[in-house]
Design a protein around this ligand. Structure first.
Ligand SMILES: C[S@@+](CC[C@H](N)C(=O)[O-])C[C@H]1O[C@@H](n2cnc3c(N)ncnc32)[C@H](O)[C@@H]1O
Length: 267
């Protein structure tokens, strides 16, 4: 199809369904252009080799390989970081099935996970079944506290406490990532806290520019120096002590192999 024909059929579709404009406004091109203008042409964060952050041997005891979750390496990253912090206090935005928090609860002392309430999920037009699956893996574990609310309005200040490790894994659109990042740094961090964001990348070789823009715009001034992406994962990390890093060249030439064993058990 030539360009004019494409333009006409695009305009026709837009007239029929005006909400399609959101696809354009949220396109990769839009956010790439935004980062060029607002953040000095940044198109990736410096990357830290995951081997500098996780233990040489790690395992996960709860992994569903279902939708809306993480890569095994994302959760191993969180579990390992929690293991390296004595009596780690973990806070998470975005519970979903509870896959990340149940794994981290094996190495952290105390875990808090915040999600939209059932009423808020239903109000978004999502199904009863979807709402009820929230926390299916994490409910009832003694060191996990489930909190309910929308991060846009939630009163983080009332928690009146700081956390050692924070995972931002709620709504991944720009406004929410920016809001969640801002609130985390305003209310939840102390000087040694580590913050991890999920979905910085759609896959380990494809950065999500909307999420990167949200992180950069929500982060307080001066913190960007210690902000990295983590190799072989979908995560970005704020690591206050600083880490050795490098810029990635795509496509990536693999420099390590992970050995994986699986064991299937009923829930
Ligand atoms: C990607 S999932 C989280 C995955 C989870 N960490 C795991 O490992 O299974 C995102 C979750 O964030 C929740 N969420 C989305 N927007 C939110 C908001 N504004 N405030 C609180 N929770 C939100 C959704 O209901 C969903 O359960």
């Amino acid at each position: 199809m030539n360009k004019i024909k494409k333009l006409i059929s695009g305009l026709f579709l837009l007239l029929k369904k005006p909400s399609l404009i959101n696809l354009l406004l949220d396109s990769e091109y839009r956010w790439e252009t935004y980062l060029k203008k607002q953040h000095k042409n940044i198109n990736q964060l410096p990357t830290v080799d995951i081997r500098n952050l996780i233990e040489a041997t790690s395992s996960l005891n709860h992994f569903t390989f279902l939708g809306g979750g993480s890569l095994p390496t994302d959760i191993i990253l969180l579990k390992s970081l929690a293991n390296q912090i004595p009596n780690c206090r973990y806070f998470e935005i975005g519970t979903w099935r509870g896959e990340s928090v149940i794994n981290v609860s094996e190495t952290a002392k105390e875990c808090y996970t915040l999600n939209l309430s059932k009423e808020e999920i239903l109000a978004e037009g999502l199904s009863d079944k979807y709402a009820d699956l929230h926390g299916i893996l994490s409910k009832g574990k003694e060191n996990i506290t489930h909190l309910f609310g929308n991060t846009l309005t939630y009163n983080f200040g009332k928690l009146n406490t700081k956390f050692d490790l924070i995972f931002v894994d709620g709504n991944h659109s720009y406004e929410f990532v920016k809001n969640d990042t801002k609130k985390v740094f305003e209310h939840l961090v102390h000087e040694n806290s580590i913050v991890v964001w999920h979905d910085y990348a759609a896959h380990p070789e494809k950065i999500r520019y909307d999420v990167l823009a949200g992180i950069l715009d929500g982060l307080p001034k001066g913190f960007q120096e210690k902000l990295y992406s983590v190799s072989n994962s979908l995560c970005a990390i704020y690591y206050p002590k600083g880490l050795r890093n490098t810029m990635l060249e795509f496509p990536i030439n693999p420099n390590k192999i992970f050995e994986i064993q699986t064991k299937i058990k009923p829930i």
